[in-house]
Design a protein around this ligand. Structure first.
Ligand code: GLC
Length: 736
């Protein structure tokens, strides 16, 4: 529809219709007795028949036939037959489930994430959906927060690359094209900074840090053209994001130029009452619409109060018009006025979901997101040995995440299933050894279909005995261990970031009888791995790898694939170090292991157990000292930094060569290191390649003491290496 026609439509709409566009309800109100997935507190909403008739969007349902039926009936009833928007959390897969975003970040390959996002969008679009609530662009630093699994980690530069890539994967260059949807950048802003890692908590972030670290990735996603942004649950500078005019109108729309639809998070408008920022529902609706929230997700505050607020002249109808028009524009961008069913297609749905192409992509992504944390040479496995697989993830299908509630866990390939395809079964045994969690752990998620049943104490003892006996007879033991998938994700903060105790007991019992242990970790957050690392010969981090996880893990264990993943979130020595991140400030008393009066702990080391950017390979890479093309950068003349990377091992592999920079003196303190570039290179044994990084003035910009974004003359250090701990450095100057 042309803009002028859209404008005319808006003019023809009644106030009630325009307000209706701003209301999002659960699909429950439109689909008989089938249940949709509710991802927030389902309060009694007081929804009227008129609200249902006029609501502009729904969330929580998917399926071509079902959504086509809802659309047909809804449009027939609507006074102007305006199509409805269908939205859902398709975060890292609909039916083909890809690795969680924290894993995808570890591939240091945004292009791969874009392909995964495109494939998941195709499955969602043929299932009738128009908008997905992804990507999450929240920067994270605290492993206690359950939703770190949904982020790509602690670095703003990398997060920005991924946010933009995922938006491109979901939207393409035109979201009205086949198999494309609108993305939704979330949660604006700073949700990843919840204090103490405690879910839904306040954030304590000063303006400088907020702009330097937390905002950039959202902005990259918006620059990539995201059609929607979602408000965060948390306050920012004392005002809940959902009612925060400065944050939404000045920063998001004014500074970042976002002109798409702003949707609240689930129930967030009414939560302003609990925050103590709104008197009641009407006050909350007033504050949210003034802040510029266009769609009210699942509180009905808008439906019940906006008309009265206009009639009482407490808000100008122009606010309603601008919100309703942005929603109509999004529907128009999706082409819904021409085709309200877009890509919904029951036949295609059956062909596309879990198709071999998507499974192959999921397997590739899971291979590339594996991070080898430790290996004394026991990996890749010697297939001539007697091998016992012992652990609750040996044959566990639940290897996606709480955010993959649309996926069917039975479609997931387990380690055992994959191993049986390639190992000599006469020498290979498989044992659960322990339940994922003991009866002391309470689990809950959005979908109740978790198969992790309870195991009696007697059964547990028998499992342990059987496993220890098997370990004593094997040459080496592979132990697939991990958190329960419901121990990470939303509303899953943990004060202790340990593996479940029942699994540590199994691990210790096995270690007693067999020192040749390879641990494979399934988890949605950094964990405290001190004991695991100390008593294992190898540790392979595989996260929650999704549908093809078992195949990918076995590909890596056998050496069919050489692991190349790198951590995007620091693994602390222990939870007491949290929040921990590599791009910290030096302080006035920088850490010095020989100094007492310096920034440090007296009872644990100052370094993480495994740092940002770290990951091993089955081969070794030598990175030469840096060669610089000069010693000065100016606005017109960049520098080139060059290294030679050589594969000095006996198998081919991929290295992620990382560029870090530090601004040594500036008008504000600057991080001790900042990732400013990375290149993945594949090398055959003995092969070497030249790797170049261009150092230009724009990459040296930051939020200066006067709040402006720009660079300052002065001395810089740069490093090029295989993790954030690299000391392979060089110096240069910026002269403006
Ligand atoms: C949840 C989450 C948000 C999600 C929304 C809709 O509470 O915070 O990320 O997209 O509700 O399910």
């Amino acid at each position: 529809m042309r803009q002028e026609e859209l404008r005319q439509l808006l003019e023809d709409m009644s106030l009630e219709e325009k307000i209706g566009q701003m209301v999002q309800l659960s699909a429950d109100f439109y689909k008989g007795d089938a249940k949709s997935v509710i991802t927030g507190p389902a309060a009694s909403l007081g929804v009227t028949g008129e609200d249902i008739r006029l609501a502009g969007s729904i969330l929580g349902a998917y399926g071509a036939e079902e959504l086509m039926e809802i659309q047909k009936n809804y449009m027939a009833e609507h006074p102007h037959h305006i199509p409805m928007l269908f939205m859902l959390d398709v975060i890292h897969g609909l039916k083909t489930v890809f690795p969680i975003p924290l894993a995808q970040g570890a591939a240091f390959e945004p292009e791969l994430a874009q392909k995964c996002a495109s494939a998941m969008t195709k499955e969602a679009a043929v299932s009738g959906l128009h908008v997905t609530f992804a990507p999450m662009a929240d920067l994270v630093r605290d492993a206690r927060w359950g939703r770190v699994m949904e982020s790509t980690g602690e670095d703003p530069y990398l997060n920005g690359k991924y946010a933009a890539a995922m938006v491109r994967g979901i939207q393409g260059d035109d979201m009205s094209k086949p198999y494309k949807m609108s993305a939704c950048i979330k949660h604006f802003a700073g949700y990843g900074a919840v204090e103490a890692g405690r879910e839904y908590n306040n954030i304590e972030v000063n303006e400088h840090t907020f702009r330097e670290f937390y905002l950039p990735a959202y902005e990259e996603g918006i620059r990539a053209g995201a059609g929607m942004v979602m408000t965060a649950f948390n306050p920012v500078n004392g005002i809940p994001a959902t009612g925060n005019r400065r944050l939404m109108r000045d920063v998001l729309r004014g500074e970042m130029g976002f002109d798409g639809v702003l949707i609240t998070d689930y129930g967030a408008i009414l939560e302003m009452i609990a925050h103590g920022y709104a008197e009641d529902e009407k006050d909350a609706a007033h504050k949210a619409v003034e802040a510029g929230a266009d769609i009210d997700m699942m509180t009905n505050a808008y439906a019940a109060n906006l008309k009265q607020l206009v009639e009482e002249k407490k808000i100008d109808e122009a606010l309603i018009d601008e919100a309703a028009f942005r929603i109509l524009e999004l529907k128009n961008k999706l082409g819904l006025f021409e085709n309200p069913y877009k890509d919904a297609d029951a036949k295609a749905q059956g062909q596309v979901r879990l198709c071999s192409e998507h499974r192959a992509l999921a397997r590739e992504a899971a291979q590339k997101t594996c991070v080898l944390l430790k290996n004394d040479g026991i990996l890749p496995l010697d297939m001539s040995k007697k091998i016992a697989f012992i652990g609750p993830y040996t044959n566990n299908h639940e290897i996606h995440s709480t955010w993959a509630f649309t996926g069917d866990v039975k479609e997931c390939v387990t380690i055992e299933a994959a191993a049986r395809e390639v190992f000599d079964i006469s020498r290979t045994t498989f044992h659960q050894g322990a339940p994922v969690v003991g009866s002391d752990v309470r689990l809950s998620g959005f979908a109740s279909d978790t198969a992790s049943g309870k195991v009696s104490a007697r059964e547990q003892e028998a499992m342990l005995d059987e496993a220890v006996l098997a370990a004593s007879k094997a040459d080496l033991v592979v132990m697939p261990l991990g958190e329960h998938y419901l121990q990470s994700g939303e509303a899953a903060s943990r004060a202790m970031i340990d593996l479940p105790e029942v699994q540590m007991a199994l691990f210790r019992a096995v270690a007693e009888v067999n020192p040749n242990i390879v641990v494979v970790l399934f988890n949605g957050r950094p964990l405290d791995l001190r004991e695991i690392s100390e008593k294992s010969r190898a540790v392979l981090e595989v996260w929650l790898p999704g549908t093809e996880g078992g195949h990918a893990v076995v590909d890596v264990l056998t050496g069919a694939v050489n692991p190349s993943g790198k951590l995007t979130m620091s693994f602390p020595y222990c939870v007491g170090q949290e929040p921990m991140h590599y791009n910290e400030y030096a302080t006035g008393r920088p850490y010095d292991r020989n100094e007492r009066l310096c920034t440090r702990y007296t009872d644990v080391p100052n370094e993480p157990l495994y740092p940002f950017g770290y990951g091993l390979s089955y081969t070794n890479f030598d990175i030469s000292p840096i060669r610089m093309s000069g010693s000065e950068v100016t606005e017109d003349a960049p520098l080139t930094a060059q290294v030679t990377v050589k594969n000095t091992g006996d198998c081919s592999g991929t290295e992620v060569v990382q560029l870090y920079i530090r601004d040594m003196t500036a008008s504000v303190i600057r991080p001790v290191k900042e990732l400013k570039g990375f290149q993945k290179i594949w090398l055959a044994p003995g092969e070497e390649k030249e790797v170049f990084f261009e150092i230009d003035e724009p990459m040296l910009r930051f939020v200066r003491s006067d709040g402006t974004w720009g660079s300052e003359s002065g001395k810089f250090t740069l490093w090029i290496g295989s993790s954030s701990m690299t000391e392979n450095g060089a110096q240069f100057e910026l002269k403006l």
